[in-house]
Structures are given as C-alpha cells and as structure tokens.
Design a protein around this ligand. Structure first.
Ligand code: AGP
Length: 609
C-alpha cells in the first residue's frame, strides 16, 4: 500500500520528507516523489523504482522550502511510471493519495468533458482536478477537500497543498489511515506513526471524514460537517520497528490481521449489485472469449496452488464448469492438452515465480488466453498476462503467505461469479445472493481473529509434537493442504494435508497418540463422512483438533478441541478455516521460538527452478 508523508515548519522540508519516506519503505512501493512549496511555486520531483533514484534526482538541484508532501506508490491504477507517480498536480493544487477511488472513471470522464487534460492513468489525478476546480470557484483548500470528498467513492488518505495558501497542508481520510503530529519545529503527517516517531510521539489519528489543517505551529481538526473538533493527542510508545509492524510482534501476525481489509479492498468496486455481476475491467477478455473457451486451467505453486484448487470447486459447484488445476513445476514439463482459445489462469502473489511464469509462457505459446491473479503490480506475470485481477493485499512481507491466499480466493470468487453470469448459469438474483455473502466475509474473519486466544492455547499444547495430519473434504481438502503447509514452513514440524476420505488408504497407519489430527468438518453434505473420519482417528488415540460450524456441538465430547467458525455456505468456509489454521501454525511456531517471518531455507519469491 502507498505511503504518505508531509511537513510544514521552519526546517527544510526535503530531508524530512526523504527520511520519512525511508521509514515507509517497508510498505512496499514501485515509485516515489515529493513536492515542495516555495516562493509561490511547487518543485515536484518523481522517480520510478527505489528512493535512491529519487535522491539522485534531487542531487540535480536541492529544493528550498519548508512545506512539502511526499509519497511512495504501490501501484493499483496504472503501472509504475514517473507519470503515474505521486504527487499529482492540477493548477495551483498538488496532492498525494493512498487508497482506491472506485468511481474514478466516471469522474474522469466528467472532468475531461469539462476540459481537464489527464497526464496519468491514476485514480489520484481525478482528486487533484476536482480540488483545483473547487478552488477556482473560490473555495478555501479545507472546504474544497470536504466538498470533493462527497464525490469520492472508495478509500482515501490525502495530503494537499495550494499555492493560494502557502505554509499550509490540508489532510483528510476515509478508509485509509492518516496520522498527524506537532513538535517545536513544525507539523507532520504520515500514513502511520513510523516516520513521525523521530519527530514526535504525541500524535492524532484522524477519523473517517475529518479534515485537518497543518501549519508551522498549529494543527486543527474539523469534523465531516466542518465544525472544529477538539482532540487529545495519543502518546506512542512503540519503537520504529514495532511501528512498521503496526504494533504486532511480526509481519506475519500483522498480515493475518489485515485479511478483513484485504477482502474489502479486493472486492471494492468490482461488482455491480443491480445486475448481480462482477466488474473486472482488467480481465481483457470479451464475453465471447469466455463463452467460447473450450477449457479453463489454473496453474500456480505452493499456497497459490492451494488457492487454485479452491477455484476448481468454485468453478464446478458455482458455475458448473470443469477446470484443470496444475502445479507450475509439473505443468511446464508435461505435454498439456492446452489449445487455442483456452483460458489459462496463473495465480501468484509475487508474479515472479519461475515455475508459474514458465507455465504461463507455455500456455501462451500454445494459444491460450492468459489471466493473472497477482498481487505485485508491475511484476513479470502482470506484464506478460493478457488479463489481470489484482488481489490488492498490499505488500506481503512475511515469507509465509497468508493475506495473499485470502486475496486470491476472493479474486476467484469474483471470477467464478463473472463466468457464471456470462455463461448464464447464474441469474441476476443468484449473483446478488453470492455478492451479499462475499460481503459478509470481512466480518466473519474479524470474528475468528477475536478468538485467537483459544487457538493459541491449543497451539501451546501441541507445539512439541513431531507430526501432524490435516484432513478435509471437498473444497476444504485444499485447506487441509494449506494448513499443513503453513505449519511445515514456519514451525518445521512435519505435517500432511490429506483428503479425509483417503486416510483409510494408507495414512491411518501413521495415527497414534503422538500425532495430532486437525479435522475440518463444516456443516455441509459431507459432514457425516468427516465425523466418521474423526471417529476413526479418535479410535486410534490421536488427539483431535476439530474445526466446525458455529452451533455444531456434536463433536464437543468426541474431539479434544473444537474451534467454531461462523455457519456459512460451504463454498465460503475455505477462508474462514484458513484464518484459524494460520493462527494455529503461527502460535505453534511462536511457542517454539522460531522466526515466523523468515523461516529457514525459504525465499519469499522463488524466482528460480
Ligand atoms: C507460501 O506460504 C509459500 N511461501 C510459497 O508456497 C508460495 O506460496 C509459493 O512460492 C508461490 O509464490 P507466488 O504466490 O509468489 O507465486
């Protein structure tokens, strides 16, 4: 996600902005820029790539001025480029923005019809032109920000300067965090507290709809109706490293807890509730191409392959379409029967996984249309694919993939809905029915996260075991695989995910009192079969950790531990079970004193064979 920084005071702004952006690098970015206001003009410098490139740009002439804003961009609309980098300017206004403006295309078309010329592909530039237009009509900057906010749908945190109001920065937010602070030299703003800690620990977190005015020796806050709001600064006790982790002990836990937001961001602006359809403009595939596709394929690796397996059940059960799911390293060396016009879906958080890239290139060579479900904007896969669905997770720092998996499954829900409506397998009413349920998922995940302590207690009991077995059926067989992978890769305990019905064909020989067995048993048509598998395990003295639907207490006396997830449609259980299993793996690894963010032998992106 993007990073914002700003300063107005008596010191030179440039060095404060650059050091502030450095403290925001952990958020991930692909371009950066600053704007300094001085003597009635703006000096704007922007560079693609890392901050070193921006600093090199500044070597070509330092910038005077004590009022400025800066930005590190994690691209969502428009590829990484200098034109798309922030700050963006329109007339006497310059701003930086974090968030996603869902209705930016409508606003852009309206502004273009009013004669505004756009220089970038970003949603942000729309805000700059709207503000410039309001100021030309005589509004002060803070009033303009409050008025323009009413036009915006989506999420934003913005910092704005106007040549008409030197020595002043106006900020506002909705759905994206923004924090401000003051010390003896001036006023500061940022996306999170990390860059502020070296200047002040007394900060104010703006609320949605509020507007702040920062001046050298004063910060003011106004409520959404424009009334002055009194505020009591909070004192931040974190050190900078803790601040980068949002106060969590490591990135993995932070990213597990970011999943409700990831679901909302990945869904945001990608459906039309009236028609019950998904709206995927970057798919770059016509309805005819989707209708005429002879076969659908999914290829991925690791956790992304597990998401692809979930996609198989979605395509078969939501839209009645067969789909072939393969591991990248296998697909690339087979003689796959892929043909002209097939739809090939490559899933990858990094967009740089060598096996997945090779498979996608092979599919393209054989005439398939390649669609990427990818998190990293501007990655190799995103540039080589014909169509894209970005997962909008922000950078995933921890090597163990958590929020990216959730974003991938949400993208697959949207894709399945899209195919289902295009193939007219789903009616508009059914499409709305599914959208209603997708929109309940953030709340359900929050509900599970609130029960973390009970999972932690279970984890501590089994942290010294040497083997685990994870059992699931149907759409939760891939979740058994994912839960086992999470445990393996961060706790170094051997764990196998298995289709529950397959246990009697071999693995049951492994079961004894030293092998905890995790059983996923939602209230679905396979429930009774899952319960009988659980009984088989129990009869062999294995400790059983059962994940079941809320309201189901039939296993309370059978399993050693029962964890309840919200009682939802069976096709919606994968993400909910996965969050529980992420927490289980995390707390087992944590109680073993291991580095959950950087497990031994693993790389975040496997760019080699
Ligand atoms: C997941 O926890 C692992 N770190 C790994 O399996 C990962 O999912 C796999 O390497 C694929 O990476 P990608 O999604 O970036 O392609």
């Amino acid at each position: 996600m993007c990073g914002i920084i700003g300063y107005v005071g008596r010191d030179s702004a440039t060095s404060i902005l650059i050091s502030g952006l450095r403290r925001l690098e952990y958020r991930g970015y692909d371009s950066a820029g600053i704007a300094i206001q001085h003597n009635g003009s703006f000096d704007i410098r922007r560079s693609v790539g890392k901050l070193n490139n921006l600093e090199a740009n500044l070597q070509n002439g330092s910038i005077e001025g004590t009022t400025g804003i800066g930005h590190t961009r994690w691209a969502t609309h428009g590829r990484p480029s200098e034109q798309n980098a922030h700050p963006h300017r329109s007339g006497d206004v310059v701003l930086v923005h974090n968030g996603i403006i869902e209705n930016f295309l409508t606003l852009r078309h309206r502004l273009e019809s009013e004669g505004f010329r756009f220089e970038s592909e970003t949603d942000t530039e729309v805000i700059a032109h709207l503000l410039s237009s309001a100021i030309k009509r005589g509004r002060t900057l803070d009033v303009a920000v409050r008025q323009v906010a009413h036009d915006l749908q989506g999420s934003y945190a913005i910092a704005v300067m106007s040549l008409a109001e030197p020595g002043r920065i106006v900020v506002s937010r909705s759905g994206c965090p923004l924090v401000i602070g003051l010390n003896g030299t001036g006023a500061f703003l940022a996306s999170d507290v990390t860059p502020l800690l070296s200047h002040t620990r007394e900060v104010v977190f703006l609320e949605d709809g509020e507007v702040g005015i920062l001046q050298e020796s004063e910060i003011q806050v106004f409520d959404p109706e424009g009334r002055p709001k009194s505020f009591q600064p909070e004192t931040i006790h974190w050190d900078a490293e803790a601040a980068e982790k949002g106060g969590y002990s490591d990135f993995m836990m932070k990213e597990i807890h970011e999943q409700p937001q990831v679901i909302m961001d990945t869904l945001r602006g990608r459906f039309d509730y009236e028609t019950g359809e998904a709206d995927l403009p970057d798919l770059a595939m016509t309805k005819e191409e989707l209708l005429n596709a002879k076969r659908f394929w999914i290829v991925a690796c690791g956790t992304s392959w597990h998401a692809g397996l979930v996609g198989k059940y979605l395509f078969e059960e939501m839209v009645r379409r067969p789909i072939q799911v393969d591991i990248g390293s296998e697909f690339r060396y087979r003689e796959p029967m892929i043909q002209q016009g097939d739809v090939f879906i490559a899933i990858s958080q990094s967009g740089e996984t060598a096996d997945t890239l090779a498979a996608a290139r092979e599919a393209k060579r054989r005439g398939a249309r390649v669609l990427a479900i990818v998190n990293a904007v501007g990655s190799t896969l995103s540039r080589e694919a014909d169509g894209i669905i970005y997962t909008r997770c922000g950078p995933e720092i921890s090597v163990a993939s958590t929020k990216a998996f959730t974003g991938q499954v949400i993208a697959l829900y949207l894709l399945a809905l899209h195919v289902g409506r295009v193939h007219e397998v789903l009616t508009p009413e059914e499409g709305r029915w599914w959208l209603d349920r997708f929109l309940t998922l953030p709340g359900h995940v929050e509900h599970i996260l609130k029960q973390e302590k009970s999972i932690e207690l279970i984890a501590h009991q089994y942290a010294q075991k040497r083997n685990f077995l994870y059992l699931g059926r149907g759409i939760n067989y891939p979740i058994a695989l994912e839960g086992a992978l999470k445990l393996k890769e961060i706790s170094y305990i051997h764990a196998e995910g298995y289709p529950a019905g397959e246990m009697k064909h071999g693995p049951i020989a492994l079961i004894d009192s030293e092998m905890p067995v995790v059983v996923l048993s939602p209230k679905d048509r396979l429930y009774e079969k899952s319960v009988s598998n659980l009984m088989e395990v129990r009869a062999r003295s294995a400790p059983v950790i059962a994940f079941v639907s809320e309201g189901d207490h039939a296993l309370d006396k059978v399993a050693d531990h029962v964890f309840h997830i919200p009682d939802v449609h069976p096709l919606l259980t994968p993400i909910l079970f996965t969050v529980g299993l992420q927490l289980l793996a995390y707390h087992i690894a944590n109680s073993r004193g291991l580095d959950v963010d950087r497990p031994r032998n693993l790389a975040k992106s496997v760019t080699v064979e």
